[in-house]
Design a protein around this ligand. Structure first.
Ligand SMILES: [Zn+2]
Length: 175
């Protein structure tokens, strides 16, 4: 086996180390989860995101698609814009994005464009996820940026707020 083959194997292995986040990752994911719950209170699909730079939170956001009547107002998009504004640069070097749900293709695209080196997400989105589920955009060797991905951090709780939100919606719809 050539050396190239080995390095490709190593690339694959970190992609699937689900749930192996550090304690710090859990701490920050809890903050993202609080933001997701805030979204639910405002009748938005509960997804929360934060950006951490040098161990400090520089952006906090939750999905605001309804309030802003903006299809791009996903939590990650808002957090990335905030973080870039804070740093005064479109390159989010040395940053980690925490998001309660696996990013969609649009958000994965924004993650690539902002050169974020590390992404930590909670629940898997089997219907729209573009990190492991439908596409693997953050590890696609054809693109010019790849990032370290940790999935499954507080996945149960992150998924639970979504399940509860849609259950409540369905009940209200039946009345
Ligand atoms: Zn998205």
């Amino acid at each position: 086996m050539s050396e190239l083959d080995l390095s490709e194997f190593e690339d694959e292995s970190w992609m699937f180390e689900d749930g192996l986040g550090t304690l710090g990752d859990e701490h920050f994911m809890r903050r993202a989860l609080e933001l997701a719950k805030q979204a639910a209170v405002q009748d938005e699909v509960p997804v929360g995101a934060i950006v951490v730079h040098e161990n400090k939170i520089i952006a906090t956001a939750y999905n605001q698609r309804e309030q802003l009547a903006d299809p791009t107002a996903h939590a990650e998009m808002i957090a990335i814009t905030q973080a870039a504004s804070h740093l005064g640069s479109w390159r989010l070097l040395d940053c980690t994005l925490f998001v309660t749900l696996e990013p969609c293709p649009m958000c994965a695209g924004a993650i690539l464009q902002s050169r974020i080196p590390r992404v930590v997400y909670g629940a898997v989105d089997s219907k729209a996820g573009a990190v492991v589920s439908l596409y693997q955009l953050l590890s696609d060797v054809r693109l010019n940026h790849r990032c370290e991905v940790i999935g499954g951090v507080l996945a149960g709780q992150c998924g639970q707020v979504l399940t509860e939100f849609f259950e409540r919606k369905r009940k209200l719809g039946k009345k």
